[in-house]
Design a binder for this molecule. Structure first.
Ligand code: 5GP
Ligand code: MN
Length: 325
């Protein structure tokens, strides 16, 4: 059963030691939501830890006070309360989950349709385009503190999960929240510059390596990109350098489904998928490969080598497109 904001607020007020977690390979919605909630609860006088398996990615260091987000400690710790944000399954917390030896209560706040509802107090709003939007509504409706660096973090979270307020997940309330955040002092252009015009040079070099290998299938309705371990090592690529590269093929007019294949160690492939047509649900497809996400943006980690996984996944997407369009 869905918990209410007042119930979640009550649980937070009753706790002292609180850990705030989010998913492996965190995107800006994960980090921004973690940071905003952590700053708010700190202001309430709580003892806060904020952990992520991958720590704080380089590209989000511009967010003030983001050094609050740490790698999980090697020695597990106990808490009164653990809060998972933007994390579709508990397993996606990765090593951050293992670092929580025990928490008296678990809260799960998310916007993924594939979230099974783990935890004691569950708040899943699949209409919210970003977990940052839910965190904003929560802080405002429960009259929790929202300091300027938290407002920046929430604006960044919402901006990135909506593709700069462009995707079909945007609702009117999203623009109202963006306006409210700006009225409270958020500099939207400064954040956009940090998010979209401050990439390291190696990201463009990486693009130069992978664009020549882009493939188009099904009358150019499927586009896919692949990244090998070798290229990652040679260009010293960080996980967050890869975020958003899929948009280069997604932006092609004929493309309905864009796919990114990233070769991982130990014969595993990270799959990232986008759909531009609501008749093709990539969450459904990725769930079949053990992952999940949203109808328009989903992912999975699949066992097998790059070529095997590529051909299996392309075949599956081809089938879905032939059936649905
Ligand atoms: P991305 O392709 O940007 O990594 O992820 C797109 C969406 O799918 C995000 O909302 C992300 O949380 C979700 N997602 C990505 N990979 C996985 C996965 O392996 N498992 C699940 N359950 N969700 C994923
Ligand atoms: Mn999200």
């Amino acid at each position: 059963m869905k918990a209410s904001f007042p119930e979640i607020a009550r649980a937070i007020k009753q706790a002292n030691r609180i850990v705030i977690l989010s998913h492996v390979r965190p995107d800006c919605d994960a980090i921004g939501s973690q940071l905003a909630l952590a700053l708010s609860l700190q202001k309430l006088g709580k003892e806060i830890s904020a952990w992520n398996e991958d720590g704080l990615p380089e590209s989000y260091r511009f967010l003030k006070k983001s050094d609050l987000i740490h790698l999980p400690p090697s020695e597990a710790e106990e808490f009164d309360l653990a809060i998972a944000l933007d994390t579709a399954s508990q397993a996606r917390l990765g090593t951050a989950l293992r670092a929580v030896r025990h928490a008296k209560l678990w809260i799960n706040i998310d916007h993924h349709a594939s979230n099974p509802g783990y935890g004691d107090l569950v708040y899943i709003d699949t209409i919210a385009p970003a977990t940052g939007q839910i965190v904003y509504e929560f802080l405002r409706s429960e009259d929790f503190p929202l300091i300027p660096s938290a407002a920046d973090a929430l604006y960044a979270a919402i901006s990135t999960d909506t593709g700069s307020f462009r995707y079909a997940n945007v609702i009117a309330r999203t623009f109202e929240i963006a306006a409210e955040l700006m009225k409270s002092g958020v500099n939207a252009a400064a954040i956009a510059k940090k998010l979209y015009e401050s990439y390291p040079k190696r990201r463009v070099q990486l693009l130069g390596q992978i664009l020549p290998q882009v493939t188009f299938d099904a009358d150019d309705q499927i586009a896919s990109m692949s990244l090998t371990k070798e290229t990652k090592q040679r260009l010293k690529i960080q996980p967050d350098d890869i975020d958003g590269l899929i948009d280069y093929v997604r932006s092609v007019e004929t493309v309905v489904v864009a796919i990114f294949f990233e070769e991982l160690p130990e014969d595993r492939v990270r799959l990232s998928m986008r759909s531009k047509d609501d008749r093709v649900d990539v969450n459904k497809i990725c769930s079949e490969f053990g992952g999940g996400g949203h109808p328009g943006a989903a992912g999975a980690r699949v066992r097998g080598n790059l070529e095997e996984v590529r051909s299996k996944v392309l075949k599956r997407v081809f089938h879905e497109i032939s059936k649905s369009l």
